[in-house]
Design a protein around this ligand. Structure first.
Ligand code: FES
Ligand code: FES
Length: 158
């Protein structure tokens, strides 16, 4: 077992983990962060996307020990003060989900995408989300939601 310290959604945790434990399993099984989902075993679907030190990663492709000392944000830590994050709100308002399975990962990836590119074209949104699979929506409303969130997040006067 290896000792790991990490801050997850603003709370510090110190745990002993098996060196082979994946970050997604640590988050879900040890820390109860079940909003982060597992949709494949091939690092393919993106349902497990979280932010590791502010950058989106597929948490099924990272070992828990690799997150030692890091700050992790999951979908459960995105809302602040009881208010949905603008990207969460945009998915809700633009019907960017159906079954919702892909949604936590889509939203985490979208937040990162908009940080990199605050005003993406439709094509850039599609490119930025190509590592996240949705089997329900046909992606149209997801793209709409991300572009709507971009407008909300834009600094006034930009
Ligand atoms: S569960 Fe991580 S990419 Fe599918
Ligand atoms: S809403 Fe069902 S997989 Fe995306």
């Amino acid at each position: 077992m290896t000792r790991v310290n990490m801050v997850v959604d603003g709370v510090s945790y110190a745990d002993e983990v098996e060196p082979r434990t994946l970050l997604v399993h640590h988050l879900r099984e040890r820390l109860g962060k079940v909003g982060t989902l597992v949709g494949c075993d091939t690092s393919n679907c993106g349902a497990c996307t979280v932010h590791l030190d502010g950058v989106s990663v597929k948490s099924c492709s990272v070992l828990a020990v690799q997150a030692d000392g890091a700050e992790v944000t999951t979908i459960e830590g995105l809302a602040t003060g009881g208010e949905l994050h603008p990207v969460q709100r945009a998915f809700h308002e633009n019907h960017g989900l159906q079954c919702g399975f892909c949604t936590p990962g889509m939203i985490m990836q979208s937040v990162d995408l908009l940080k990199e590119n605050p005003d993406p074209t439709e094509e850039q949104v599609r490119e930025g989300l190509e590592g996240n699979l949705c089997r329900c929506t046909g992606y149209q409303n997801i793209v709409k939601a991300v572009q709507a969130a971009a407008q909300t997040l834009k600094p006034a006067g930009a």
